[in-house]
Design a protein around this ligand. Structure first.
Ligand SMILES: Nc1nc2c(c(=O)[nH]1)N[C@@H](CN(C=O)c1ccc(C(=O)N[C@@H](CCC(=O)O)C(=O)O)cc1)CN2
Ligand SMILES: NCC(=O)N[C@@H]1O[C@H](COP(=O)([O-])[O-])[C@@H](O)[C@H]1O
Length: 199
């Protein structure tokens, strides 16, 4: 069911699409109020594109290397969102730095696999994050949903969940524990945003 509180979203992704698949499942099985207007992939052949197509979601590919400036890349990413009627953007395993246009300020969210501000910034994505947390000897990790601004992992935090790091954990063990948390945390954050949106 779709009503005024349903969030009209574009999803940006760079990987296998497990995060997108989880959101589709939450929409279908748990009534997550989300209307997928578009999926933008950072390159051809990604698993996330197939997941979107199988769910009947429009897709396109926008390669950062095809643009000569950050501003041109920003417009190439956000103009299709506007045309598709998306009012919000979800970064779901998206690995490219992108500037945020003024009409999408506080309307773009990202899920990051650490408790920000720890283990964020350039180079901190995927397995690197978990390897750094284990190497530093921290005992607790987790995930963070935050608004995206023009810096990496810097915008206001919306939601976080924590889990232990066990003495025997490899980066892959920790990645899998944190990803399970991500699968709860992002839908919860989307419900908060849908409940509080002003248009
Ligand atoms: N303006 C913003 N853009 C993006 C943000 C953000 O907070 N502000 N978050 C990232 C997602 N992210 C973690 O959550 C993240 C992704 C990638 C990197 C990184 O170092 N990337 C490499 C390139 C990797 C590649 O292209 O395969 C790099 O910049 O050299 C850091 C953080 C999404 N965009
Ligand atoms: N900086 C963000 C980041 O590193 N996100 C990570 O990308 C993967 C998404 O998987 P998916 O492509 O299968 O959805 C997940 O491992 C997530 O923690």
């Amino acid at each position: 069911m779709s009503d005024a509180s349903t969030l009209k979203v574009a999803v940006f992704l760079s990987g296998g699409g497990r995060t997108l698949a989880n959101l589709i499942r939450h929409r279908d099985e748990h009534g997550l109020p989300i209307d997928f207007r578009l999926v933008i992939a950072s390159r051809d052949g990604l698993g996330g594109i197939k997941i979107a197509e199988d769910a009947g979601i429009e897709t396109c590919v926008v390669r950062k290397n095809d643009f000569e400036s950050d501003e041109a890349y920003r417009e190439a990413m956000f103009e299709p969102c506007r045309k598709a009627g998306a009012t919000h953007v979800i970064m779901a395993g998206f690995l490219k730095h992108v500037l945020i246009p003024t009409d999408f300020e506080q309307r773009v969210i990202n899920i990051h696999p650490s408790l920000l501000p720890a283990f964020g910034g350039k180079g901190m994505y995927g397995r690197n994050v978990h390897a750094a947390a284990i190497e530093r000897g921290v005992k607790i990790s987790g995930c963070t949903v935050h608004y995206v601004d023009n810096l990496y992992d810097n915008g206001p935090i919306i939601h976080q969940k924590a889990c232990p790091i066990l003495p025997t954990d490899t980066p892959d063990d920790l990645a899998s524990r944190v990803f399970k948390l991500e699968c709860e945390t992002l839908p919860e954050a989307i419900r908060m945003m849908a409940a509080s949106q002003d248009i």
